[in-house]
Design a protein around this ligand. Structure first.
Ligand code: MG
Length: 268
C-alpha cells in the first residue's frame, strides 16, 4: 500500500512537472474568435480525439464523368504561380511535390460552389514540430484555408491541426495518417456572397471529409484566415475564385485532384 501511494505521488508530481515543462502549443494573447471563448490558435482548446481512419478511402478515388481534372499525376497545366507563370512545383512519379520557397500555386480556372477531391502525403522524413512539420493548406477562394499538416503525433494548437479551418474551428476529430501515407480530402465548399452595398449575405461554408471521416459539416468561416488574428468579409470578391495550394516550405505531395461544380435542383 505504501509503495502504491508512493508511486502514485511520483506519477502525479512528474505529471505536474511535465505540464510545467511542456512547450506552449499556441497563443492566448491573440483576439477571441467571434462567438467563442477561445483565442485564435488557443493552445488550451481541447485537442481533437484521435480516430484511426480506414484503409480504403484514400487511394485514387476515380473522378466522376463530369469532373474537372485538376491534376492527374502528370500534367500540372491546370495550375500556375500567383503571377500567372507556369507552376514551379516538381512532378514526380504520379504526384506533384512542393518545391519549397517557389511559392503557392493556384488553379488557372475559377470556381464558386463545388465538390473537390484531393490526396496528399506529408513528408516521410519527419522534420520540425507543430506548424513547422508537414504544413501546406487548401486555400478556398484563395483566402479561406483548410489546414494541411502532419498531425500524426505532432501536437499543435487545435485550430491549426490538419483539417482545421485555420484560426477558427478545429477538426471534430484527428483522422490523420502517418508521415508519407497518402490521405484524402473530400471538400464541399460554397463561396460567400455580398449584396450591392458590400454587406455579407452568405458566409463561406465548408464540409470536409478526411480519410473517410467527417471533420466539418457545413461550417461557416468567420472570415478570411490570417495567422494570429480574426479574418473578416470586408473585401467582397466574385463568387468564382481560384483554389490555391500553399507552399509552407515543406516538401508536401499531392495527387488525384478533381472538382465538380455543385449544380442546382431542378436544373439538370
Ligand atoms: Mg497551412
Amino acid at each position: 500500500m505504501h509503495k502504491f501511494i508512493h508511486s502514485a505521488f511520483v506519477l502525479t508530481s512528474s505529471a505536474i512537472l511535465w505540464a510545467a515543462d511542456a512547450p506552449k502549443l499556441g497563443y492566448t494573447t491573440t483576439p477571441l474568435i467571434p462567438g467563442t471563448t477561445w483565442h485564435v490558435h488557443d493552445g488550451d482548446r481541447p485537442q481533437p480525439r484521435i480516430v484511426t481512419a480506414g484503409e480504403s478511402f484514400s487511394h485514387k478515388a476515380p473522378a466522376p464523368s463530369d469532373a474537372v481534372i485538376l491534376f492527374d499525376g502528370k500534367d500540372i497545366g491546370q495550375w500556375q504561380q500567383g503571377d500567372g507563370s507556369p507552376a514551379k512545383w516538381k512532378i514526380e512519379d504520379g504526384f506533384m511535390e512542393v518545391a519549397p520557397k517557389t511559392g503557392s500555386i493556384r488553379t488557372r480556372n475559377k470556381f464558386a460552389d463545388f465538390q473537390l477531391h484531393l490526396e496528399f502525403a506529408t513528408p516521410i522524413k519527419v522534420e520540425g514540430n507543430g506548424q513547422g512539420r508537414g504544413n501546406s493548406g487548401i486555400l478556398l477562394n484563395g483566402i479561406y484555408e483548410i489546414q494541411v499538416l502532419d498531425s500524426h503525433k505532432n501536437p499543435t494548437y487545435p485550430d491549426g491541426q490538419c483539417g482545421g479551418l485555420y484560426g477558427q474551428i478545429p477538426p471534430l476529430v484527428n483522422a490523420s495518417k502517418a508521415p508519407g501515407v497518402w490521405q484524402s480530402y473530400d471538400i464541399i465548399f460554397e463561396s460567400p456572397r455580398w449584396d450591392k452595398e458590400s454587406k455579407i449575405l452568405k458566409k463561406a461554408n465548408v464540409t470536409l471529409i478526411h480519410n473517410g471521416v467527417v471533420l466539418h459539416h457545413k461550417r461557416e468561416y468567420t472570415g478570411t484566415t490570417p495567422h494570429q488574428n480574426n479574418g473578416n468579409y470586408n473585401r467582397p470578391h466574385p463568387a468564382e475564385m481560384y483554389i490555391e495550394l500553399q507552399d509552407h516550405n515543406n516538401p508536401m505531395r499531392f495527387r488525384n485532384i478533381w472538382l465538380r461544380p455543385i449544380g442546382e435542383y431542378d436544373k439538370p
